[in-house]
Design a protein around this ligand. Structure first.
Ligand code: BTN
Length: 252
């Protein structure tokens, strides 16, 4: 494990270390990130002394059919750790936002490098808002984000949360490496706040889909029953659209 007082981003450090041949399971932890990264090129606000910022290097490759489950499995591990260490029940907004009510508590960013000695690697970056106080949130996050301390109404010990997270990550990656997808799928689905909701999905292509989220498929994909729109007449409308990547808004 590498613990830093301050880095640009633990994912950037982890990518650099993976390229140097750092072994599977190594964790990079930081107290402060000066350029924390979120999904879709966003910034991840990372003040000092208050939240959890960690990245895990994976070089042991799960079976091909399980690869898309890496971020979702991480979401399950984060949810379990929060449940155990902070006694709060959280849910997962597809693909892997950690939410409480409809406010975001944490997120996961997976990246990989093609350089370095290992034939395969994935960097799993995890950010959890732990003891962040509302008055310190940047304006844009005040209504959309929360922290464990706000929800629990007391400070949470970051060390306890981190050690619990490491053990849940280990257990859940073992399930992934042994291709135990059905148990992972049920752990994920039971915490999903997206299934059963009307959603608006923004795809990377710029296309949007509105519909009803019905399930998570065996490859971690979101299955949506599309609303009748100008694109489809009622007769042509496919009953299920499979979404592998996108940004989801819960409409109602
Ligand atoms: C998201 O947009 O939901 C993903 C956020 C991921 C943030 C974490 S914090 C630790 C790691 N280092 C980063 O720069 N990003 C991830």
């Amino acid at each position: 494990m590498y613990a830093f007082e301050q880095v640009e981003s633990t994912n950037v450090e982890a990518l650099r270390l993976a390229e140097l041949g750092t072994p599977h399971g190594t964790v990079i932890l930081a107290n402060h990130q000066t350029a924390g990264k979120g999904r879709l090129g966003r910034t991840w606000h990372s003040p000092a002394n208050t939240n959890l910022y960690a990245s895990l290097i994976l070089t042991q490759k799960p079976h091909r059919s399980c690869l898309s489950w890496i971020p979702l499995t991480t979401g399950v591990a984060v949810a379990e750790a929060i449940e155990a260490a902070a006694n709060l029940s959280v849910s997962l907004k597809w693909p892997n936002d950690i939410v409480l009510g409809n406010k975001k508590l944490g997120g996961i960013l997976c990246e990989s490098s093609t350089k370095g000695p290992s034939a395969w690697n994935v960097i799993v970056g995890i950010g959890i808002n732990v003891n962040w106080e509302k008055e310190h949130f940047p304006g844009a996050l005040k209504n959309t984000a929360t922290s464990l301390a706000i929800e629990a109404q007391h400070q949470i010990d970051r060390r306890v949360l981190f050690t619990t997270l490491l053990s849940r990550l280990e257990t859940n990656y073992e399930r992934l490496l042994s291709s135990d997808l059905s148990s992972l799928q049920s752990s994920y689905v039971s915490r999903s706040s997206t299934i059963g909701r009307h959603v608006h999905v923004q795809l990377a292509t710029g296309e949007t889909i509105d519909g009803f989220a019905i399930n998570i498929g065996s490859e971690g994909e979101l299955q949506v029953n599309p609303s009748a729109t100008h694109v489809y007449s009622q007769a042509q409308k496919p009953s299920v659209i499979t979404i592998r990547a996108g940004d989801v808004i819960h409409v109602r």
